[in-house]
Design a protein around this ligand. Structure first.
Ligand code: ZN
Length: 415
């Protein structure tokens, strides 16, 4: 048992910091939250009176099969599945050190299901690492945003070999139904799809529809039969609107949508995870970081930059209105270390969103989004995932960069 004495306390739900709160943890659970808890038995006192205590944070959009920015274009060719699985575990250990106790993996270049092995190894406490929720690949069509064989289109024999070995790339309604069933069979928590092209990939485009309407419907319908959510990467109004009509539950990015579609999203109750970090360089005109992006990314940012800036304003409005479920997802893949989930906090802050509004997204809202409502809130009965920060959470835009205390399921990993 631990009795944690908090300096400032954020419960994950209310946009307020409270003083002099104590948390009693027994085994993996929070058993009491209050002031002057009568300390029963032999609870060890953890003095965090000089810190701000929050729930363990959740990042709902990460890619952990590669470690850093250096190899984005080629790692599918140079790294084995085994290496990508090790990369996943490594990133998850760094995430935990950073106060992120849960992360959702939304797509890898693995041919097989190694990220589910990583999840299981962490669940068995083989590694001190963030809890993983996994879609083993991001489903895509031949030539789509997540078909990594497109980096070898000048060598069709190699490209075909690479495409065919990956479970996540395929075409046709039958493929779409089968792959979802295999995901369920091998233990996926949810299904990630690339509904449009994207930015960092070489031959597709963020305004193109990837899967056909029939294929999209087949994926969403089959996943629903097993109670698995489908999370769609989508940029444009046309596709976001279409996916809502087809029964999608969550959209990632939506970074090129118009006013009308934003309103439709709001009315439909669909979840949005806007992932600010990948587009922050264009929003903040950060030429130094832009220079590190690959050529395809740079060209597309030049082409769609104005629309990205317009849509960002729309999304900030949606966050401020607090009517929609909007998640916290960093989507770091091309300029920084992939476990640097604090960067999304900085991005929300730099865009004028308050610290506590941002942290609500990274805690209770994300817990709901990832289907783990035992997480993200500090109250009686919840799982004891707790973080603490010396930095000034309210005013320092990089406060989340340095975490000073981490507990996951009642076990202290950093103090
Ligand atoms: Zn992503």
């Amino acid at each position: 048992m631990y009795l944690i004495k908090c300096g400032r306390f954020f419960d994950g739900k209310e946009e307020v910091l409270k003083d002099n709160i104590e948390i009693l943890v027994k085994d993996a659970k929070i058993v009491e939250v209050g002031t002057q808890i009568a300390c029963r038995g032999d609870a060890e006192v953890i003095d965090l009176t000089g810190y701000t205590v929050t729930p363990g944070l959740i990042d709902n959009h990460v890619h952990y099969d590669l470690v850093g920015p250096e190899a984005l274009c080629t790692y599918a060719f140079t790294d084995s599945d085994e290496m990508m699985t090790l990369n996943t575990v490594y990133c998850a250990t760094r995430a935990l050190e950073g106060g992120f106790t849960t992360v959702r993996l939304v797509g890898s270049a693995l041919a097989g299901f190694g990220q589910i092995d990583a999840k299981r190894a962490i669940e068995k406490k083989m590694f001190p690492a963030a809890r993983l929720l996994v879609s083993p690949h991001a489903l895509d069509i031949s030539g789509g945003h997540w078909d990594f064989s497109t980096f070898a289109v000048s060598n069709p024999a190699l490209s075909e070999f690479m495409e065919n070995r990956c479970f996540g790339t395929g075409n046709g309604v039958d493929y779409c139904r089968t792959i979802v069933r295999k995901y369920v069979k091998y233990g996926a928590d949810f299904v990630k799809i690339m509904a449009t092209g994207g930015f960092a990939s070489p031959i597709d485009n963020p305004t193109e529809q990837a899967f056909s309407d029939e294929e999209l419907k087949a994926i969403i319908e089959t996943a629903a039969m097993f109670g698995k959510p489908v999370v769609a990467h989508a940029y444009t109004s046309e596709l976001v609107s279409k996916l809502i009509d087809f029964g999608i539950t969550e959209i990632e990015h939506a970074a090129l949508m118009d006013e009308e579609t934003a309103a439709k999203m709001e009315d439909s109750g669909v979840i949005l995870t806007p992932t600010f970090v990948p587009f922050e360089e264009i929003i903040q005109n950060d030429t130094e970081t832009l220079a590190k992006k690959n050529q395809s990314y740079k060209e597309k940012l030049a082409r769609y930059g104005d629309r990205l800036i317009q849509t960002r304003k729309r999304i900030l409005g949606l966050i401020e209105q607090r009517k929609m479920t909007i998640g916290y997802g960093s989507d770091i893949v091309s300029a920084y270390d992939n476990w640097d989930s604090w960067r999304e906090f900085k991005a929300w802050r730099d865009n004028g969103i308050s610290a506590l509004r941002t942290l609500v997204a990274a805690t209770s809202v994300n817990a709901k989004i990832v289907g783990r409502e035992d997480l993200g809130v500090l109250e009686k009965g919840k799982t004891a995932d707790i973080a603490a920060w010396k930095a000034d959470i309210l005013n320092d835009h990089e406060a989340i960069r340095h975490c000073d205390f981490v507990m996951k399921e009642g076990v202290i990993y950093k103090r």
